[in-house]
Structure formats: C-alpha cells, structure tokens
Write a protein that binds this ligand. Structure first.
Ligand SMILES: [Zn+2]
Length: 424
C-alpha cells in the first residue's frame, strides 16, 4: 500500500469528471472519447480534445472500405458555450489512404464535412434564425454576422440539395421588390402547401423558364391553376410551359382591386384640385376613406364617410363603381358574372370619369382570366402568412442588401426545406 496522497487523487478525480462531463455534453459515441480538457481562464475558453480509441479502424468516407491511416490533421469546431466558456472541440482527425479514392479525411460524427461548427451549434443557430436576424442570433451564440449568415446559407444549400421536386397543383407567381423598389425577384408559391419552391431573378418572361423546364412533362401537366397579377411576362411564361394555360391563369383579385383603388384615387386627386381651387375642402384628407372597405371602418368614421359617399361628387361615383365590382367574385356561374361585368362596364364607360374608363377597358381586355377565378377560387393572398414573412425578411434585416441574400433568406424562411445538418 502506498502513501495516500489526497492531492493526486483529487486532481485525477477532477480530470476524470471533466472528461466524463464533456463526453456527455458532446454526446460522443465510440470510438470517439474526450482525451483532455484545457481550460484557459484568461481568454474564457475551453478546448475539448477528442480522439478515437487506439486501434480504431477507419473507413474511406466515399466507399467505406477500411483503409490504413495516412496521417492526422488538426481541426477545431466551435461548439455551444459551456459554463460561459467559449468552447472549442479539437481533434487530430485521421486521413486514410483508400486504394480507390486516395488520401481523404475521415468523417467525424459531430460536424458536417467542411463545417467549422459542431452539429449542435448549427442546429441551435438554425432554430433561432427562424425568428431572429443573423445579428441577434450571432450576438447570442458568440458568432460574427458572417458566421451566422454562413450557417444560414449552408442550411439552404443542403435543403435545396435534399429536396425532391414535389408536384405542385395550384401555384401562385408573385413579384417582390427589394432595395429601392426597382429591383425584383419572382416568387413561385405552392398554394396548397403554403411554401416557396422557387425564387427567380427579375420578373421577365424568361425569369421563370428554369423553374418550368426543371419540371417533368407530367408535373407541368399536373398544374391545375396559376394565380398571378395582370403581368404580361408571367402570362407569356405560363402559356409557354403549362398545357391549356389560358383556362388555368387566374388574375389575383386583390391585385385587381388594387388597380381599381388606384383609379378611384386618381379621380379623387383630380377632383380635389378642382374643389380646393374653389375653396371647397370636403374631400381634403379623405384619401384612405375612399380606399378602405366600409366593413372595416370604425363606426364614427363610417358615419362621417356616409355623407361623402352619398353625395354627387365624382369621387363618390368612382367609389360606388369600386364597391360594386367586388360582387364579380361572388358569382357561381360564369355566364351571370359576364352579364354583371357587361353592365358594370357600361356604367364605367358612361361615367365620364377618364380613370374609371381606362380601368374598365383594361379589365375588359383581361376579363377571361379574371373569370377563371370562379372555376379555381385561388388568390395569392391564400399565402398571407408567407407574404408577411417576406415583408419581415425585407424590412427586418439590414443584411439583405443584394438579390442573392434576399433569395437565400426567402428559401430559408419560406421554402419548407429540410435544413438540419447531419454528419453524412
Ligand atoms: Zn474509397
């Protein structure tokens, strides 16, 4: 029996506990185990050295053939902080020499190949990035903005690579502006699943060609309806790629009502100029009253507006046309809707209000694909949640200053992709 040395035993016990603790925290499985833990008080960092048990045979990462170890490379991965210490997982990773594939680094179970972060850190970052900006997540996890963005980008890349092109029956095509509102991306929305399978540069006729040409003929055939704005380039694309497109294109009713609202507003502006020149301030500061659906007005506002609405003002007539047109989308039968529109069109054309006449002519020219709504009952607003998310991406983060970053973020938040990192 030797002399009992409490100091020695203590040190030994502490070292054992550290190793066991980190073994558990890191979720390491054989053959990998914690070799030693190096605490650096000064920099508040801890290096957890991990090694494979001696005698472990390694396989080639490409063909799994057990191959002799060629050499080792020292690698470090950022892990979640432990006990407020910046934690790095360190290992001398073996490189094997495969007869077929030459010298390659073996796979480690705690990180994706090429990543500088452990799976756990990446997973947590991805989960937090769903609701917070890269800046905020970076601050919480001690990552730089570039690192947080890098995690996001890799997540999207792996999500897109894993994706199988699911058939889309009803889709929406929508333009989204970004930066100073003169740059666009085209967003393809799966209206049934409520996600974005594709984002393309621009809003030209050729913008969505890669999306459609990537589909099989059966998938293109399987598209039953397409909601979009009255935007000729999108019509051209859909006609070029989707069989029987004219029966499937539905001009989004909310976009149409926006055009109608704009025409009413033009009437109001012109009238306001004439009236205020004569000292009549009846319609001063009433812009939004004419545009709001009366059903959404507060009672007092509605009563104040009623007097204007029932007047003989030009704005009041234009407004009545706008409100009446809403009925178009309530018809069950196309024939009845057509009759209704014919009457509405006559009313607008006799109104002597140029903006309303111009609008009526435009609607008439697009009528067939407005009436397809009665068959398909789709709008791009079905995906209200998505639109709100895209708005959040656009205004919430200062980082999305270029098109690629904006597209990446749309895929990240709206793509319903499998973003999870996995070791292989
Ligand atoms: Zn091999």
């Amino acid at each position: 029996m030797g002399t009992w040395l409490p100091g020695d035993l203590d040190q030994g016990a502490t070292a054992m506990d550290d190793r066991a603790l980190y073994q558990t925290i890191l979720g390491l499985t054989t053959p990998w185990e914690v070799e030693r833990v190096e605490l650096r008080e000064a920099t508040q960092e801890v290096d957890v050295w991990v090694a494979a048990a001696t005698g472990t045979a390694f396989g080639c990462p490409q063909c799994a053939a057990v191959s002799p170890v060629y050499d080792h490379v020292e690698r470090r991965w950022r892990h979640l902080d432990t006990c407020q210490f910046r934690t790095l997982l360190c290992a001398r990773v073996p490189r094997v020499r495969c007869a077929t594939h030459g010298v390659t680094t073996v796979r480690v179970p705690w990180a994706e190949p090429g990543s500088r972060f452990t799976l756990l850190l990446e997973r947590l970052a991805i989960a937090w990035l769903q609701d917070a900006t890269p800046t905020a997540v970076g601050r919480r996890l001690g990552l730089s903005w570039d690192e947080a963005r890098g995690i996001m980008e890799r997540a999207v890349r792996r999500g897109l690579a894993r994706r199988t092109t699911a058939p889309v029956a009803r889709l929406g095509i929508d333009e989204k502006s970004f930066l100073k509102r003169h740059q666009y991306v085209s967003v393809v929305v799966d209206l049934d699943r409520g996600c974005v399978p594709h984002v393309a540069d621009d809003r030209k006729a050729t913008s969505l060609t890669p999306y459609f040409t990537a589909l099989t003929p059966a998938q293109r055939e399987g598209i039953t309806a397409v909601a979009m704005d009255m935007w000729e380039p999108y019509c051209t694309t859909v006609r070029a790629h989707v069989p029987d497109a004219d029966a499937k294109i539905v001009f989004d009713k909310f976009h149409i009502m926006q055009h109608v609202g704009a025409a009413v507003d033009t009437v109001r502006k012109q009238e306001h100029q004439v009236l205020s020149a004569a000292g009549d301030t009846r319609i001063t500061r009433t812009k939004y009253a004419w545009l709001t659906n009366p059903a959404n007005m507060a009672r007092r506002a509605r009563r104040a507006f009623a007097a204007l609405r029932d007047s003989t003002l030009k704005s009041a007539r234009a407004w009545a046309m706008k409100e009446s047109l809403r009925r178009l989308w309530h018809y069950t039968y196309v024939g009845a809707a057509r009759t209704f529109f014919r009457r509405w069109y006559g009313w607008a054309m006799r109104s002597q209000l140029e903006p309303m006449k111009k609008l009526a002519r435009m609607l008439k020219a697009h009528l067939e694909n407005i009436l397809t709504y009665l068959t398909h009952r789709i709008t791009n607003a079905v995906t209200e949640g998505l639109n709100a998310k895209i708005q959040w991406i656009k205004y919430g983060a200062r980082g999305y200053r270029n098109r690629d970053a904006f597209k990446m973020a749309i895929y990240f938040h709206c793509g319903k992709l499998d973003l999870e990192p996995r070791p292989s």
